[in-house]
Design a protein around this ligand. Sequence first.
Ligand SMILES: [Zn+2]
Length: 504
Amino acid sequence: MTNGHQLRLYNSLGRRVEDFIPSGDVTGMYSCGPTVYVYPHLGNMRAYVSADTVRRALRWKGYQVRHVVNITDVGHAVADTDTGEDKMEVAAARERRSVLEIAEFYTKAFFDDIAALNILPADEYPRASAYVPQMIEFASVLEARGYTYRLPSGLYFDTAKFPRYGELAQLHAEGQLEAARVEQVPGRRRKTDFALWRAEEPGRRRVLRWDSPWGWGAPGWHLECSVMSIALLGPHFDIHTGGVDHRELHHVNEIAQSEAYLADGKPWVRYWLHNEFLQLGGAKMAKSAGGAPLLSDLVAAGYHPAAFRLFLLGGHYRSQLDFTTAALDAAQATLRRLAARIQPLRPLPAIETLTAAQAAAAQAAAETLAAAGPAAAAPAVARALDDIDDAISADFNTPRLLAALQDALRDPDITPDGLRTVVAAADALLGLGLATLDPADLEQRRSAGDLTAGERHAIDRLVAERTQARKERDWDRADQIRAELDNLGVQVTDTSEGPVWQLR
Ligand SMILES: [Zn+2]
């Protein structure tokens, strides 16, 4: 048995693939979590599935992980700016509920989606509102060290005092720094300077407000991640994850304030991992775009959450991925075939690590050997496990991992016992729930009411063409159209009133 391939990952800090070397017995991992003022959409969920893949890969390699995901329930201004209204308060006004109710409601929606997608729960989900005294303390230290200046609108971090500012985003030139921000804040020295404390505007009392050395107000959005990660993981930890948009600003600011605070000359976090966006119609799927689909929309349309997870894993986390109905249909069909293929192999063994997979494979090989004499089973299983380990070790290459699983399922040299081990091992990393997924739950159950006007129109047109072909006794054409409709899942019945169609 070996420890397998060296885990290598793409570090945004330096923009290169590096060996992962943990700093201690426990690997600390922090992922920027949701601002709980709206339902999380499918684009948001990509970040959490990506982080879950990292987490599962670390577990596979035998590392003990402590994972923290923050819940932003205060401090995040509309449009990610330093001034103006807080997202939570705008949502509370919109929905005529208290800020506390809004936070509770959307935090629960987030947890529901996390569970539906089979994402391993984090060890801690700290709420920003519970850490405001620590944030005030943190900002006071920065002020005492001369990293800040005061304005009527709050306390600002002076990025000119931090020479490495922007390293993560690879923003070095002043011109680029200028372009990075658009918001005008009176008195701000550099556009990259950001608020540590957002003071209450005169005459505009905030709903969520705390007293501080800089007056009544609320913390800046970036502060919570530095404060809560250091509080829960220690001053330095191994991995920080988030969407690629955070690489340009939020994480740049987290690094500046944390390293200024720690002042020990060491990099705050060693590895920075960023997932690419999910695209919808060629544009980034974002809250501000409006109408971005939710996981519950997919479920209502007859898709299984695991099909969305498989769709995400079918792309590498650092590649943009286009969300289309056709791609999701294909993922659900693939998953249905996988579940049907695996069903007769159940129950699957409980496997979380490479070492456990290797032990199970060795045991299965020994049993095969005892029962049937020398067999080719052992090397084939070992090779399949090695392919799986190789794929996940290569910067979390889930498309290759899926291909390795499909190859193993087609390999005549692998015995059913060996396959059980391989499937359980692959799913320890994929998290698709292959041990229990019921193929019957993966049938498409779209009803005609779910179709868009365009889709209905296209079906109506095909049905009319078929009627016309039948009238003209062009049976070949009529059959061809019926086959086309069949492909779309449309069933046509000819009645005395004319043809009617429904979705199967
Ligand atoms: Zn963050």
